[in-house]
Design a protein around this ligand. Structure first.
Ligand code: AHR
Length: 514
């Protein structure tokens, strides 16, 4: 409902600290289903994202199942992770799948040239990744190598994974421990082809994409949905060219956008200890996601009016300066309440565009960028972003409901302003109506009156859910204080026919409205 919110900003400047914002959920006009894959995750061979953070190997003293940390997997399962994208990112276009099969002790050792030039011993390969997906109960999204690979290499990887035949590659899979073919849910042809994937232009890539997909052959029940590598930030050319040029075998076009507080790659801003000006710019920059999606949708609607092709935001999240003293190539950053607010704002945007945005993957799962979990040897800590993901679980596969906001106030800094309240609603699979509210203002609480039913009248009597907030903008969890930021129960009852939710400053509230 961002657009409506912005329209209501004229009230911003004169709004009092406790102006009542009115949210109306129209249950009579259900919208598209919010695909559970909107809550997808991304795990790249980068820093300690996989090695240490999730994979410790079967011989580790850290409790593990088939090499994957039990504590981390257990926590991730609570998020009902619908799918995991692997092995990159930029890493994908230098990854050769045959390096990651067979006995681990015999696998070639490579250098991870994208991320810190550290050694990559290929301990995690195709079989290990499928183990992780199975442990999580998640679908798999494998990113193929177009940059330094070949059509043949991608075609053979698909055959290795999905062939029920007696071909040499299928037999090799059996020899390596997997008899039955795997279902590969999604497969992408390269990553960021405009940059680390090969510095191409979209026209050239469109031809390579068609060439590749011609040779991705698999039995119907195991065949992946194929994803084309698209644009980023305000560039819509990739979505335009791809949806014009490619007529078959393209389930989605990817799109990447990272939220950087300063908007500058050279000095991005710190994850904690930042000034309020960077809280504001982070809100402002993350809300740009809405316009980028709208612009991509506009070109896609022109070329693909039947909406056959999805816009998959398969990398998004905050990107800060790395924590002092850590390897610059590892992209390790703390995660604060600000990140949880960013996540919730993006969820609300994705819900609004559920007709096209059918998958997103936050970057990244563990220890990298906007992570769910941070680890330190045997210890792990859940981040505020983790809690935001958990609070939004009811939105997975829920039916979106239109929400209108009246009297929305603004959070302003100087001459600039962003809407104070962002709202999203859906009817979940349990039949209940869920409402998510976000307050971008780090200083002012607000009251939100909730109406359910739209023109048919108001039936809202009760709100039951959770609130995530804290006194400090950069409140975060550490290994010594792991519960500094965590959700608390929140409920409200209607009084005098009016249901009012008290939305604290810098907060996220999600709950069921009855
Ligand atoms: O997520 C980190 C990196 O960001 C990915 O490898 C790349 O695709 C993007 O530029």
């Amino acid at each position: 409902m961002i657009r409506r919110t912005i329209l209501a900003l004229s009230l911003a400047v004169c709004g009092s600290a406790f102006a009542q914002v009115a949210v109306t959920i129209d249950t009579a006009k259900p919208g598209p289903v919010i695909d559970k894959n909107v809550y997808g995750q991304f795990a790249e061979h980068l820093g300690t994202g996989i090695y240490e953070g999730m994979w410790v190997g079967p011989d580790s003293k850290i409790p593990n199942t088939k090499g994957w940390r039990k504590d981390v997997v257990g926590a991730l399962k609570e998020l009902r992770v619908p799918l995991v994208r692997w092995p990159g990112g930029c890493f994908a276009d230098e990854y050769h799948w045959k390096d990651g099969i067979g006995p681990r002790s015999k696998r070639p050792v490579k250098v991870n040239t994208n991320w810190g030039n550290v050694t990559e011993d290929n301990a995690v390969g195709t079989h290990e990744f499928f183990d992780l997906a199975e442990l999580l109960g998640a679908q798999v999204y494998i990113n193929g190598n177009l940059g330094t690979g070949s059509v043949q290499e991608m075609s053979e990887w698909i055959e290795y994974m999905t062939s029920p035949s007696k071909s040499t590659l299928a037999e090799l899979r059996r020899k390596n421990g997997r008899d039955k073919p795997w279902k590969v849910d999604f497969f992408a042809v390269g990553n960021e082809m405009w940059g680390c994937g090969g510095n191409m232009n979209p026209e050239h890539y469109a031809n390579l994409y068609k060439n590749t997909t011609t040779f991705i052959r698999a039995p119907k029940e195991f065949k992946p949905q194929i994803i084309a590598s698209g644009g980023h930030t305000d560039d819509v050319k990739w979505a335009d060219v791809l949806t014009r040029e490619v007529k078959n075998d393209m389930a989605g076009v990817s799109f990447h956008y990272y939220t950087i507080p300063t908007g500058k790659w050279e000095v991005k801003g710190a994850a904690t200890g930042f000034p309020e000006s960077q809280w504001f710019s982070t809100m402002q920059n993350t809300l740009r996601m809405d316009k980028f999606i709208r612009d991509n949708k506009a070109v896609m609607d022109k070329n693909d009016p039947e909406k056959k092709v999805g816009l998959y935001v398969d990398e998004w999240g905050t990107w800060y300066d790395v924590e002092p003293g850590t390897n610059a190539g590892f992209l390790y950053q703390q995660n604060s309440l600000r990140d949880a607010v960013v996540a919730a704002l993006n969820f609300n945007i994705f819900h609004e565009h559920a007709d096209r945005v059918r998958m997103t993957n936050i970057a990244q799962m563990v220890n990298v960028l906007q992570a769910m979990i941070l680890t330190d040897k045997t210890r792990m800590v859940l981040t505020p972003t983790y809690h935001a993901f958990k609070m939004y679980v009811p939105f997975q596969d829920a039916t979106s409901l239109p929400v209108s906001l009246e009297n929305n106030t603004a959070y302003s800094a100087g001459t600039q302003a962003v809407p104070q309240v962002s709202a999203s609603a859906a009817r979940a699979k349990d039949g209940k109506v869920y409402l998510a509210l976000v307050n971008t203002d780090p200083n002012k609480a607000t009251e939100v009156t909730v109406n359910v039913g739209g023109a048919a009248g108001n039936s809202a009597t009760k709100f039951t859910g959770q609130v995530l907030t804290s006194a400090k903008m950069d409140a975060h969890n550490t290994f010594d204080a792991p519960n500094a930021v965590k959700p608390a129960a929140y409920s409200a009852q209607a009084a005098g026919g009016k249901l009012t939710v008290q939305l604290p400053a810098k907060s996220v509230i999600v709950g069921a409205v009855e």
